[in-house]
Design a protein around this ligand. Structure first.
Ligand code: AMP
Ligand code: FE
Ligand code: FE
Ligand code: ZN
Length: 299
């Protein structure tokens, strides 16, 4: 019998085969139903391509699927991930930008494969593409190809030795600035949320410089920040809770479920209080009202 330590009713951070998750949207919905979630937000990297299938699979079930997205942005020396929720995701400008970001992932993956070849680790580009499938191509797919060829023991080693941010085969790509990603999501009528502000992997703990970043992000329209996330102990939670009060943000969270890699936390296995469902909905409505009155004022 499977024993679960935590029973969460919601999970607002998950990935499917539309980016670097291993489950198809339909399979992910099946797991969410099995785990009796009420709300599942699908937040694929730079893609909403998994949503149609997930919405179809969840129709008529007790599970509500929320449209989501995760956008990787750039600041000097670090990466900042911005989540979007409840956007009007078919919005044309929104989709055009997501497509552009996915294209930059493609050419960057090709350049990483070329660098790896120079380092003596030849990979078949076709195989890397095959692993990525139709989804947003990313470093986990390159890592898996390296594992398959026996160049590294596992995905973690691939990141540690070669394709991590400071690795010899790392390649940059076109990214938005964090504020631009926030504005992109808000323009598509979505809520923008700062993802995993503290990085707890690899033994060392790093935090974004939140005192420096939050004023600009909030001015751009940031609505929330993840405070429930794998590995966040009570001291981290306390510091982040203090910040969300100070900046009037909604505290959200989820498992960041990919179904593999180093983030091996089960879907829904992060205790996110059930009231967060309503807090996010209310915040979304408040943002819509504010946009509406802004329009009237400037009309
Ligand atoms: P990319 O979006 O192509 O830059 O790749 C980043 C993704 O790789 C993250 O979203 C994680 O899913 C995954 N990732 C990052 N660091 C690691 C790591 N050390 N081990 C395994 N997966 C990782
Ligand atoms: Fe990922
Ligand atoms: Fe992320
Ligand atoms: Zn994620």
């Amino acid at each position: 019998m499977k024993v679960r330590a935590v029973f969460s009713k919601l999970d607002l951070h998950s990935h499917t085969t539309a980016s670097d998750g291993i489950l198809t949207p339909r399979q992910l919905v099946a797991v969410a139903l099995e785990r009796k979630l009420r709300v599942l937000a699908i937040t694929d990297h730079e893609s909403t391509e998994g949503l149609a299938e997930a919405l179809e699979a969840s129709a008529g079930t007790p599970l509500e699927v929320w449209p989501g997205v995760e956008i990787s942005t750039d600041v000097p020396g670090d990466e900042v991930h911005i989540l979007g929720y409840l956007m009007d995701y078919p919005d044309e400008a929104f989709q055009t930008m997501l497509r552009l970001l996915r294209e930059s992932r493609m050419s960057r993956a090709q350049r990483m494969v070329a660098k790896l070849a120079e380092l003596g680790m030849a990979l078949a580009w076709e195989r890397v593409q095959e692993i990525a499938g139709a989804g947003s191509i990313g470093r986990p797919h390159v890592a898996q190809a390296l594992v398959e060829r026996g160049y590294v023991f596992d995905v973690a080693e691939a990141f540690r030795r070669y394709i991590g941010r400071n690795g010899p085969a790392y390649v940059e790509r076109f990214r938005l600035a964090p504020e631009e990603a926030v504005r992109l999501i808000v323009a598509a009528k979505g809520l923008a949320v700062l993802a995993h502000p503290v990085m707890v992997g690899d033994g060392a703990q790093r935090s974004l410089d939140l005192d420096k970043m939050l004023p600009g992000l909030c001015a751009a329209g940031l609505a929330g920040m993840e405070i429930y996330y794998p590995g966040y102990a009570s001291d981290i939670r306390a510091r982040l809770s203090h910040l969300i009060k100070r900046w009037d943000l909604v505290g959200t969270g989820g498992s960041d479920y990919h179904g593999r890699g180093t983030l091996i936390v089960g879907l829904g296995d992060i205790a996110v209080p059930e009231r967060v469902i309503d807090l996010v909905r209310e915040r979304h409505q408040r943002q819509a009202r504010m946009t509406e009155s802004e329009k009237k004022r400037t009309a």
